[in-house]
Ligand binder design. Structure first.
Ligand code: MCA
Ligand code: AMP
Length: 504
């Protein structure tokens, strides 16, 4: 992957990244600093194939850690900063990284976990580039002999929770990342003239393997924001040509009076993904700005799968066509047989973007593939007569809140373990800001007095904030079908207006 980036690199003084705080990194800096960073990884005992776990705030240095892993042949393992120490403990135990890099503020706690889990090195990196990692980097040489890697060698691990409740590391290869970066750069017409306004986190596919990799492959530049802030994004749009975001970005921009045709006049492209973009959001955005948001669809295990066209019609409520080089079929969920136009089935795909499998879970990996090598996504869709894919539901029990995936089984497990709770069901309900709001419906034990606030307090510190229910509701019983399975559709129907805006 790094050789592909290097081969496309523009002149060394071309800007790669700027920040509103005045930081600037050229492509020449990227080469030199990622070499030093790779030297620091090696000096910390990291060898080819070793995992480097990173749980830090977004910073230019964090992107260098990613590039340094590619150069050193290590496996980059970014972790959401929202994960609690309990969650981090699991990831360290499961991935067995050679090195963990964390925020300075929690260095002592992470070091204790690292010792417990047999991780040999623990370094720190702060949002402003401070910490022990950069001290070590400063002592390294500016040249580094990149470790040769084959296309099917591992480049990254990304954890994705599953319907089994246990997080699995999706193993992504150099070819997976490079093929997707290449196809997206071409499909969305990115060039060296582009300036991407980068407001996504960089510990997931969207912000890293889509946004950052596309910039690198195009030799473009990016304005790197610590996080999404509608005021800041609107102030910077006149300096940018492209924005990539989750639907919450677009609903928040629409809520802002500063979103006008004039404010977006310099923009070439708005991309949305990670969660369904409501057709009404698409239409409202087009009306206010004259821009048709380009919606695309992907998954951690596969990178991007389908996209609305750059030139053709971008149809609201659809995710467009399979990307070039990727075979997509809408299949009968039982047999895997390809279905015809307008028939509803599960999205399955095959291509160079599809991951190698789940780390140390060969059975789980096997279960998600058909014998002919197609990966089963669990997303329910149909393809219309013009070939556009319409996602209409999920066969998997998953809530997507503000672009983050929350698997109900994990939350239910935590709630069910609380004294005073008999059982719970976690569902996603329409939410004006996050798309879906994580909601728990629980049954109290006889004579127990546990209330909503107590449940929420108990979950704090055990589950990342975005996974915690926005509301906990109590009922006398959960609706069940003849098989005894909780009928979540009935609960979703019963509480569908819980987060409705007054008058909206
Ligand atoms: C923050 N909070 C959330 C979320 N984010 N709660 C539920 N869902 C969330 N996504 C909580 C905070 O902890 C806080 O809680 C309260 O909500 C308000 O925080 P706020 O400052 O408003 O949030 P924010 O910092 O503005 O974040 C919202 C966000 C952010 C901008 C939507 O979540 C975000 O950047 N999401 C992008 C996720 C993403 O990159 N997904 C791509 C995954 P309290 O007030 O109680 O403290 S990759 C993927 O899905 C596939 C491959 C794909 O197709 O891309
Ligand atoms: P993740 O596990 O974070 O990779 O999330 C992948 C899931 O996000 C997919 O399986 C879909 O359910 C969902 N997703 C991503 N993009 C879209 C989209 N444009 N429309 C609907 N769902 C999407």
């Amino acid at each position: 992957m790094f050789s592909a980036i290097r081969a496309r690199m523009p002149a060394s003084d071309t800007v790669f990244l700027t920040t509103p705080e005045g930081r600037r990194m050229s492509y020449g800096d990227v080469l030199l600093e990622s070499a030093r960073m790779a030297g620091a990884l090696v000096a910390s005992g990291v060898g080819p194939g070793d995992r480097v776990a990173l749980q830090v705030d977004k910073s230019p240095e964090a992107t260098l850690v990613y590039l340094a892993c590619l150069r050193a042949g290590a496996v980059f393992l970014p972790l959401n900063t929202a994960y609690t120490l309990t969650e981090l403990d699991y990831f360290l135990g499961d991935a067995e990284p050679a090195l963990v890099i964390c925020r300075p503020a929690i260095a002592a706690e992470v070091a204790a976990l690292a010792i417990k889990r047999g991780v040999k090195f623990c370094l720190t990196l702060g949002a402003k580039g401070e910490g022990s990692l950069m001290d070590l980097v400063a002592r390294q040489s500016e040249s580094f002999a990149d470790v040769p890697r084959r296309g099917d060698d591992l480049a990254a691990f990304l954890y994705t929770s599953g319907t089994t409740g246990r997080s699995k590391a999706a193993m992504l290869t150099h070819d997976n990342l490079a093929s997707n970066a290449q196809v997206l750069t071409e499909y969305w017409r990115f060039t060296g003239k582009d300036v991407l306004l980068h407001a996504l986190p960089i510990f997931h596919t969207h912000g890293l393997f889509v946004a950052t990799n596309v910039v690198l492959f195009a030799g473009a530049s990016m304005i790197f924001l610590a996080k999404f802030d509608a005021d800041q994004v609107l102030a910077l749009l006149p300096k940018a040509t492209a924005l990539m975001g989750v639907p919450t970005f677009y609903t928040r921009l629409l809520d802002h009076p500063g979103l006008t045709q004039a404010a977006t006049a310099h923009m070439r492209l708005f991309v949305s993904g990670s969660a369904p973009l409501l057709a009404e959001t698409h239409r409202a955005f087009a009306q206010r700005t004259g821009h048709a948001i380009l919606e695309r669809y992907g998954m951690t295990e596969t990178g991007m799968i389908a996209s609305n066209p750059y030139d053709g019609e971008r149809i609201p409520g659809t995710v467009g066509f399979p990307l070039p080089g990727i075979e997509v079929r809408i299949a009968d969920p039982d047999s895997g047989r390809a279905l015809g136009t307008d028939e509803v089935g599960v999205i399955e795909l095959r291509g160079p973007n599809v991951f190698k499998g789940y780390w140390r879970m060969p059975e789980k990996t096997k279960a998600e593939f058909r014998p002919d090598g197609f990966f089963v996504t669990g997303d329910v869709a149909k393809r219309d007569a013009r070939g556009y894919i319409h996602i209409i539901g999920r066969a998997k029990d998953l809530v997507i809140s503000g672009g983050y995936n929350v698997y109900p089984i994990e939350i239910e497990g935590e709630i069910d373990a609380l004294p005073g709770i008999v059982e719970s069901a976690v569902i996603g309900l329409a939410h004006p800001d996050f798309g879906e709001g994580v909601t728990a419906v629980a049954i109290r034990a006889k004579d127990a007095a546990i209330d909503e606030a107590q449940v929420l307090k108990a979950l704090d510190g055990r589950l990342a904030k975005y996974k915690q229910p926005k509301r906990v509701l109590f009922v006398d019983e959960l609706p069940r079908n003849a098989m005894g399975k909780v009928q979540k559709n009935l609960l979703r129907e019963r509480f569908k207006d819980l987060y409705a805006k007054p008058g909206g």
